[in-house]
Every structure is written in structure tokens, then in C-alpha cells.
Design a protein around this ligand. Structure first.
Ligand code: UDP
Length: 364
């Protein structure tokens, strides 16, 4: 089996599947495309998630989506030809995911897409292009919620290619939560439990619009008069802030955090303000109120059954969030139970005809 990771949100989705496949007689290779290459966006996750070191590094680095895709298409086929995996596992919606799925399809090897079927129905988002095209290239679409299955069927994907397995990102969250809470990263920052707002922003819609970005910083500064605001800054956002010489005056900027410190900070926050996809899901699983600074979400289940509220991209909504904390944690979502990696491995084993090391051992 060959797994491809490349950007921060890939690691926590793939790690539980690699662990699940340990129950099967198969060698596992891990290819790192290098789309994210800062140690704090990459190596920190291999370490915090107890993942093996990648067997191959493509080192594609930064560049346009076309350039990154071209570099992956140039290098991955050689690895695929030599390793001849029975299937290639890709996750989520980043550029690496689509490029790897394309290269794998060109080599006539089955693609498995983790977190398939999510749709924002917003074609201005690069992620929407990536996730939709990868789903249509995949022999096996592993989904985390029934709504994702519906999206795929509506687009003509045969139900036999879809398996509802649950949320592998939440497997990682639950597996590392105790260690993360023990770290108590908020204390190191001098923050009280449930006494601060955690912010992350990196999507082009907000950070590529200088006027909007300035208004968001102003709103965060205003909020910081009422409650401490901490903002671990994605390198993409940092580059925009540096280029425009923008800095908040009261909200605290931090470097991007490793996985354990981040989920520790997330679990103890009063609320989270974000435009991240994965963080909408993690806050729902943690029962922490989440405010999403976007006009749409590809994860509507986090709003209808979780703690997420879409507040749009107008920064005027930001000061209102402290009055909107009533969102109560609901019951855990079905199949967001810490065992999605094992169920994914079982589905992959059927596709790739893998032998279980202890036949009949898997309870899923
Ligand atoms: N995350 C992290 N450190 C940070 C910010 C986020 O470890 O400083 C984790 C977060 O817990 C989640 C993932 O990164 O598991 C989300 O990634 P990101 O927001 O970059 O991507 P998206 O989910 O929007 O695709």
C-alpha cells in the first residue's frame, strides 16, 4: 500500500489508516510530496502522530498549483512503477492529493480517497476542484458522513465505490487528546481554561484580500479587550501579514503549533474562530463552540449536528460571537468514534485483496 501526504491536514487523516492496515499482511510506503515543508507544518506532525518517516520525499516546495502538480506528476510515476502498490491512499483536498490521484490513475493503479464526498458547492475554492476531481478518479471513496455519500451518488458515482467508514481525523484527535491535555499548552501561554478565543485563518477568501484582512485584525483586537485572543498563524497568512506590514495590536500571534499543543489549546478554548475545514470537525467532536468565518462549508453536519456556526466573511460578525456561545455540545456523531481507521483498512483490504494477519480479528 502506498500513502501520499503533503500538507498539514493530511497527516492526521492518514495515520489511523496506516495503523489499521497493520492488521493486514501488507508493506506500507509513505510518500511525502513536500507541498508543506516547514518543520512546524510537516515534521512536527510525523512526530506527534507517531508516524513512520516517509520512504520517499518529492520535495516539490512552493509554487503555483500547476507547478506543484507538474512536479508531482513528474516524480511519482517512477516510484509507482518501482513499488507497484496494490492501491494508493490519498486524503482530503489539497493540491498534492489531486496530483497524486492523477499520477496513480495514469499508472492504472486504484486510488483510495479518504474524506471523500465533501462539497462546499463553491467553485471559487481550489479545494472544491481538488476534492471533486479526486472523488471521480477513485475506485474507493471513504466517507465520514451520510451527506457525503449522497453528494457522490448525485454526481453519478456508483454506490459500490463508496464506503461510509467515519472520520479518521477524529481517530487521531481521540488517540492524542489525553497527551495533549496533559501538556496544558494554555497554561504555558498564561491563559485560563475556557478563558480565551483560539483563531486560525488561512483561506484565500480572507487572507488574500488586504482590506478584509485588516478589518478582521481590527475586529480581533476589539474582541481581545473582552477575552484573550490567540492566533497561531499559518505560513500563508504570515506571508500576507509581513508583505502588508500588518500586525494586530492586542490579539496575540503565535507560530503554527504542533499537533499536540494545538489540539490541547483547542480542547481548553472558550471558543474557536476559524476558516479551517478540519478544525470545524475537531471542535464538534470536542464540544467546543466554533465560529466559521466563511459563507459556506463542505462540512454541514458540523452545523446541523455539531457546535459549528457559519458567520460569513463580514468581520462585523466577529464581535457578536461572545453572545452566541449557546451552542451546546450534542451527542457524538455516528462513526466519529475513534475506529474509522480500522474500518477504512478493512474496506481497503477488500479492494486490494489483502490477507488479515489474524483472520476474523477485526470487529468492524
Ligand atoms: N493544526 C495544528 N496546528 C495549528 C493549526 C492547526 O496542528 O497551528 C491542525 C488542526 O488540529 C487540524 C489540522 O491542523 O488537525 C487542520 O489543518 P488546516 O487548518 O491547515 O487545514 P484544513 O483543515 O483547512 O484543510
Amino acid at each position: 500500500m502506498l500513502h501520499v501526504v503533503g500538507a498539514r491536514p493530511n497527516f492526521m487523516k492518514i495515520a489511523p489508516i496506516m495503523r489499521g492496515l497493520e492488521a493486514y499482511d501488507c508493506e506500507q510506503l509513505l510518500v511525502h510530496t513536500g507541498q508543506h515543508y516547514d518543520p512546524e507544518m510537516s515534521d512536527a506532525f510525523l512526530r506527534d502522530l507517531d508516524m513512520p518517516q516517509p520512504t520517499h520525499h518529492l520535495g516539490v516546495g512552493s509554487g503555483s498549483r500547476a507547478e506543484q502538480t507538474a512536479r508531482i506528476l513528474d516524480q511519482l510515476p517512477t516510484i509507482l512503477k518501482t513499488a507497484a502498490p496494490r492501491a494508493v491512499v490519498v486524503a482530503g483536498d489539497v493540491t498534492s492529493t489531486l496530483a497524486a490521484a492523477l499520477a496513480t490513475t495514469f499508472e492504472d493503479i486504484p486510488v483510495v480517497h479518504v474524506e471523500a464526498g465533501l462539497r462546499s458547492f463553491d467553485w471559487s475554492m481550489p479545494e472544491e476542484h481538488n476534492r471533486l476531481m479526486v472523488d471521480h478518479l477513485s475506485q474507493l471513496c471513504l466517507t465520514h458522513s451520510a451527506g457525503a455519500d449522497d453528494n457522490l451518488v448525485r454526481e453519478g458515482i456508483e454506490p459500490s465505490r463508496i464506503r461510509l467508514v467515519g472520520n479518521t481525523m477524529i481517530d487521531s484527535l481521540f488517540a492524542h487528546l489525553t497527551a495533549a491535555k496533559r501538556l496544558a499548552p494554555h497554561r504555558e501561554l498564561g491563559l485560563a481554561e475556557r478563558g480565551y478565543l483560539l483563531v486560525t485563518l488561512h483561506r484565500p477568501r480572507v487572507v488574500d484580500d488586504p482590506e478584509l484582512l485588516q478589518r478582521v485584525l481590527d475586529a480581533l483586537d476589539a474582541l481581545a479587550e473582552e477575552i484573550p485572543v490567540v492566533f497561531p498563524v499559518h505560513p500563508r497568512t504570515r506571508a500576507r501579514l509581513d508583505a502588508l506590514r500588518m500586525r494586530p495590536t492586542r490579539a496575540r500571534l503565535l507560530n503554527p503549533l504542533g499537533y499536540l499543543p494545538f489540539i490541547g489549546l483547542e480542547a481548553a478554548a472558550k471558543a474557536v474562530l476559524t476558516d479551517s475545514g478540519g478544525i470545524q470537525e475537531e471542535t464538534t467532536a470536542l464540544g467546543v463552540p466554533c465560529f466559521t468565518l466563511r459563507d459556506n462549508t463542505e462540512r454541514p453536519i458540523t452545523c446541523t449536528e455539531g457546535t459549528n456556526q457559519l458567520i460569513g466573511t463580514d468581520p462585523e460578525a466577529i464581535p457578536t460571537i461572545l453572545n452566541r456561545l449557546a451552542a451546546q455540545p450534542r451527542a457524538p456523531l455516528p462513526l466519529w468514534d475513534g475506529h474509522a481507521g480500522a474500518r477504512s483498512a478493512d474496506a481497503i483490504a477488500v479492494l486490494a485483496e489483502l490477507q488479515a494477519l489474524q483472520p476474523g480479528a477485526s470487529p468492524w
